[in-house]
Design a protein around this ligand. Structure first.
Ligand SMILES: [Mn+2]
Length: 226
């Protein structure tokens, strides 16, 4: 392996300017670094599909892993699976994304198929070891005490307090999903909580940011306020 940096970027939620702001600061070098995107590219922002298409393009590059978030899951269920989360996508930020999607499909009828294929192909977690330290990257977290391979999809995409309260594993967990603001009002930097790194710094909130961390050095980059 031997990556110089192992970078993770938290929830984007359609805030493309903030995404470009943080990504520019990071200066990702695909030949030396590994980049893991933690999911939730869409919903709640003004440029949802620009973020999604950026993630689609990035995922084709070497040394980039784009995970699935619960918002991509809701979109997939809305259009294709008709599961129990189908109905909650539109009220949870999906209506703006759907309007963008409708406009795109008018210009390009194959667009929806490509988006859904992309979402379906997203891994739910990524695990790696560096110098004896294990790291697990996942959108939300997992049920403590249950092997990762046995976790169900819903847990990996949606879990919150059960994971934060009870996780005591040795692996460093790098997750998004719950804005740091919800733990501590006004908090817009990543939170280090035991072996958990919370990287969702509220990209869609007025003072929120998109954050990136190098898990090896714990250096953090954040989008400018805008
Ligand atoms: Mn999110």
């Amino acid at each position: 392996m031997g990556y110089e940096r192992i970078l993770a970027i938290g929830d984007m939620h359609g805030n493309f300017d903030r995404l470009l702001s943080v990504f520019h600061k990071v200066q990702f070098r695909p030949e030396k670094d590994l980049l893991i995107l933690l999911g939730d590219y869409i919903d709640r922002g003004s440029e949802n599909l620009r973020c999604l298409r950026w993630a689609m393009e990035m995922s084709e590059k070497e040394n980039v892993i784009a995970l699935r978030g619960n918002h991509e899951q809701m979109m997939l269920e809305y259009y294709a699976l008709k599961g129990e989360y189908s109905d909650i996508w539109l009220p949870n930020g999906g209506s703006a994304t759907k309007r963008e999607m409708d406009a795109w499909m008018k210009r390009d009828p194959g667009a929806l198929r490509r988006v859904l294929d992309f979402i379906l192909a997203r891994p739910l977690y990524h695990r790696l070891e560096v110098d004896g330290q294990e790291y697990i990257f996942c959108h939300a977290g997992w049920k403590p005490g249950v092997p990762l391979e046995e976790q169900n999809e819903e847990t990996l995409l949606w879990i919150r307090s059960e994971f934060y309260r009870h996780y005591e594993g040795d692996a460093i967990a790098v997750v998004g999903h719950t804005p740091t603001e919800y733990f501590d009002s006004g908090h817009t930097t990543p939170i280090f909580f035991g072996n958990i790194i919370l990287l969702d710094t509220g990209s869609f909130l007025p003072q929120g940011k998109i954050s990136c961390i190098d898990v090896l050095t714990r250096q953090v980059w954040q989008s400018d306020s805008m």
